[in-house]
Design a protein around this ligand. Sequence first.
Ligand code: ADP
Ligand code: MN
Ligand code: MN
Ligand code: MN
Ligand code: MN
Length: 376
Amino acid sequence: MPATVYAPGGKIEPFLDHSITRHFLSDAGGLDQGGKIIAEYVWIGGSGADLRSKSRTLNKVPSKPEDLPTWNYDGSSTGQAPGEDSEVYLVPRNIFRDPFRGGDNILVLCDAYEPPRALPDGTVSDIVPIPTNTRAACAEAMEKAEAEEPWFGIEQEYTLLNALTKWPLGWPDNGYPAPQGPYYCSAGAGCAIGRDIADVHYKMCLFAGVNISGVNAEVMPAQWEYQVGPCVGIDGGDHMWMSRYIMYRIGEIFNVEVSFDPKPIPGDWNGAGGHVNYSNNDTRAAGTGWDAIKEQIAKLEKRHAVHIASYGEGNERRLTGKHETSSMESFSWGVANRGCSIRVGRMTGYYEDRRPASNLDPYVVTRLLVETTLLM
Ligand code: ADP
Ligand code: MN
Ligand code: MN
Ligand code: MN
Ligand code: MN
């Protein structure tokens, strides 16, 4: 028996009836938990893009991450540790409400560390971040720049794919829909494909406490965007990663694959970006903000190569200079120009780095922005 039933209409039948699960999990008719709560510990896996999680029972609701126990996992199963020394430590960093289980249950964003080691002098070493832990360095930079109050608003574009065929949701089998034009911010069957997913995600993020600020259908059919922010400092990365975890989990329910690839369909179809809108006390200052923005952009121009190398795997397939992108090779900026590396709004006090791809690591990009503009 195949796990999925592929109907000729291009629809994948989910292989589980989720209304049954939802009944037992919901507040109405749901099962009580005997006074306990469930914490889902979430972390970034070995590819630097996959998200992993596991659950544990707690006796009471924690009020801050420090109230939660440090935990561990088998790093050899996530490509993050050798089999003979596989233990990786999970340190709770940020707590969200769990929109899947509801109630007082929580999602806990964690980062990962090598366990403490016995030292020759009989003491025990500190835990150190594992190589794929990009949060630790980001948190350090954000702490140094704290007085500047960096804010981030990240635009997450993504593409919905038929989980079996890997072809965009709602596209004709072995074919293409009508050319781009009618889809961006659209309404209507065949135009706004997969809105249920975008909308369920929106509500779930609000419930969870993810600082989601909007949603829109994108230029390519089956492509959507949501924005997270403005978030202060490390929250930019934390909220973005948790929003992605929630999106993957919704994909499970609908049996739809969520792709963060920067150019899912080659050719005359828009790629997927992860624009990062950025401001700090200097850029937001009345009167002097515009000059501060120009100074910061001059610093960014000098470090273009450093930034572009860390702005997402496969970004060269997207940053071609076409489809509302700038070329990867050159740095440019402009007011209201969507073909630039950096777009500035004259009156807004922030600017938009349009270079990051949809699969950006927000910890890396927000750290680089702060380092280049405030810490060098
Ligand atoms: P676009 O016009 O490029 O599509 P969006 O409206 O999709 O822009 O996203 C803009 C993002 O910028 C939002 O996430 C918003 O919260 C964020 N933002 C707004 N003001 C600021 C600010 N002062 N600093 C940083 N980000 C901001
Ligand atoms: Mn086990
Ligand atoms: Mn946008
Ligand atoms: Mn967009
Ligand atoms: Mn944008």
